[in-house]
Design a protein around this ligand. Structure first.
Ligand code: AMP
Length: 287
């Protein structure tokens, strides 16, 4: 595996690959890699000739300075893991390469229809930062396929919208959520969880399972309230538990009218914010 930090060197390598008509799969990450990330690498390896992974902790998508500063970073460990899992290129640029001083990287795309719910109001500016960095990375890499996790449901929905609106010739592939044995969705932030709270974290998964069990014969509001109650214990503070339409992310009033329903939640566990989701009906259409 080659590790590259400069756009020009990555593009020199990828230029040769493209000239040979080989396909490129791209996995953007912020590092502190775990098996969730590796599942995306594996999928890309199966579906492409070459896999590129990027590691860049993008400051423009953090709305809390503290979260950005405390975000776990371990490039050497990440590089070994990627190498062991057959990744071909690791792109680990400094900010000066992602956001050069004289390059306009803000994109003028109205994403407000998809950001007015869930993560949007709770993390102002977050998704604007996400589309900015994903667009910039796509411009740099120019992959055939882009791999993202269902774990960040609203994120992949917005990125998919961007791909369509800007007519970017890259196909989005969404991979299932990889969980710990007790159901906790793998996340780079899990290492920061308080030891006494960690065993209780399966409650997020349990609340989602309960929603799935109940969606056919219980009102949406009742399920949401029950889940919020489940998630309000010890040092757990739920920010939202929303049952929404999987295409539009709009709240669902009557579950009988929708064929694609997802429950999404964000919960503060001590000072760590966790998100999770589960498709309650239908299946992910972007695979
Ligand atoms: P991050 O490094 O947290 O920005 O995540 C990079 C990519 O990995 C995103 O597309 C995430 O949705 C995906 N991802 C993170 N955690 C998981 C997980 N537990 N299972 C599957 N994909 C994940």
């Amino acid at each position: 595996m080659r590790i590259l930090k400069r756009v020009s060197s990555l593009q020199r390598h990828l230029g040769i690959i493209k000239s040979e008509n080989l396909s490129i799969g791209f996995v953007p990450t912020m590092g502190a890699l775990h098996n969730g990330h590796i599942s995306l690498i594996n999928k890309s390896n199966v579906e492409n000739d070459v896999t590129v992974c990027s590691i860049y902790v993008n400051p423009t998508q953090f709305n809390q300075k503290d979260d950005l500063e405390k975000y776990p970073r371990n490039l050497d460990k990440d590089a070994s893991l990627l190498h062991a899992n057959g990744c071909d290129y690791l792109f680990a640029p400094p900010s000066s390469q992602v956001y050069p001083k004289n390059l306009k990287t803000n994109i003028s795309l109205d994403i407000s229809a998809l950001t007015s719910v869930m993560e949007g109001p709770n993390r102002p500016g977050h998704f604007e930062g996400v589309v900015q960095v994903v667009k910039r990375l796509l411009d740099i890499v120019g992959p055939n396929k882009l791999y993202m996790g269902q774990k960040d449901f609203q994120q992949f929905t917005i990125v998919n919208y961007m791909l369509k609106e800007l007519e970017i010739p890259t196909t989005l592939r969404v991979c299932p959520i990889i969980r710990e044995d007790d159901g906790l969705a793998m996340s780079s932030r899990n290492v920061r969880l308080r030891e006494d709270l960690r065993p209780e974290c399966s409650i997020l998964y349990k609340s989602l399972l309960l929603a799935k069990e109940k969606i056919d014969n219980t009102g949406v509001e009742t399920i949401e309230n029950e889940a919020l109650e489940m998630l309000s214990r010890l040092d757990f503070k739920p920010e939202y538990f929303s049952i929404v339409d999987g295409y539009t992310l709009k709240p669902i009033e009557n579950a009988h009218n929708s064929d694609y329903i997802v429950a999404c939640t964000a919960v503060w566990v001590g000072n760590v914010r966790l998100i999770d989701n589960m498709i309650l009906r239908g299946e992910n259409k972007i695979r």
